[in-house]
Design a protein around this ligand. Structure first.
Ligand SMILES: Nc1ncnc2c1ncn2[C@@H]1O[C@H](COP(=O)(O)OP(=O)(O)OP(=O)(O)O)[C@@H](O)[C@H]1O
Ligand SMILES: [Mg+2]
Length: 254
């Protein structure tokens, strides 16, 4: 469903992404894990065709991000780091607006609106103005806009960032409820988040993929490198990043 090939992104002389490649099957949930500045958002912005890579490409549902960006966009629902909300619109108005912008109308639009309203748990704020909503509800409305056109692929940039523990659980449940029905990439730097939600994990650091696989595969890789103590994903993550910093790699100056 998703085939990412050697994505590289340079900002001037700074290499934000360096030959990132990974594949995903239909219905998989992939957790993109990495520290601040690792390149997670850059990968997502390229896959959603908001940013052109310096080199490399990707196919989403057989459509190339460079050759067929419009077809790619039709197939993707995207929740950026900050949900793209219009603060002075009512939730109802906003969701209608996004549906129409996605060229939906009539019965099809009404059916989808009914679905996202229920699935994203936004019935109780339906008539509220977006500016009145708590961060958790804003994220739900953000998810609703990403799901309105029933996309095959969902790309969620830190969907639970800044939420309280109860709201985090809600959003995680919501995303897990979409498992198998959608192919989902979400980013986070919270290790428990990938443990809780992802089928497969890509660990990215300084623009490079450090490791990828299931949690069991990653643990195995770290053990093979000689760290027999690595049991949790946190151990694996720290072990991989430590191995890297021992090689003398520097964090980019920000
Ligand atoms: N427009 C830009 N111009 C220059 N550098 C940029 C630009 N956008 C991103 N970068 C740099 O590229 C690197 C990767 O950024 P990116 O936002 O993809 O990281 P991230 O993994 O999403 O980080 P975070 O966890 O903080 O969201 C960072 O060092 C960032 O400063
Ligand atoms: Mg980011």
């Amino acid at each position: 469903m998703i085939d990412v090939q050697n994505l590289t992104m340079n900002y001037g002389s700074f290499v934000a992404l360096d030959r990132v490649s990974f594949q995903m099957k239909e219905g998989e949930i992939l957790g993109l894990l990495g520290p601040n500045g690792a390149g997670k958002t850059t990968v997502m912005r390229i896959l959603t065709t908001f940013l052109y890579p310096t080199s490399g490409t990707a196919q989403i549902d057989h459509f190339d991000i460079l050759k067929d960006p419009i077809e790619v966009r039709k197939r993707i629902g995207y929740l950026p780091e900050t949900a793209p909300l219009y603060l002075d619109m009512q939730v109802e108005e906003y969701i209608h607006f996004v549906g129409e912008a996605r060229k939906m109308k009539g019965k099809t639009l009404e059916t989808r609106i009914g679905w996202v309203k229920e699935a994203c748990g936004i019935k109780e704020v339906w008539k509220h103005t977006v500016s009145e909503l708590s961060k958790g509800y804003r994220q739900r409305v953000g998810l609703a806009q990403a799901l309105i056109h029933d996309p095959k692929v969902l790309i969620l940039d830190e969907p639970t960032s800044g939420l309280d523990p109860l709201q985090i659980m809600d959003i995680r449940e919501l995303i897990k409820g979409l498992a198998r029905k959608k192919t989902i990439i979400f980013s986070t730097h919270i290790l428990q988040e990938v443990e809780a939600m992802a089928d497969r994990i890509v660990i990215i650091n300084e623009g490079k993929i450090e490791a990828q696989g299931t949690q069991a595969e990653l643990t195995e890789q770290v053990r093979k490198r000689g760290d027999s103590q690595a049991a949790t994903l946190e151990d694996v993550f720290i072990s991989l990043l430590r191995a890297k910093s021992k090689k003398g790699a520097k964090r980019p100056a920000l």
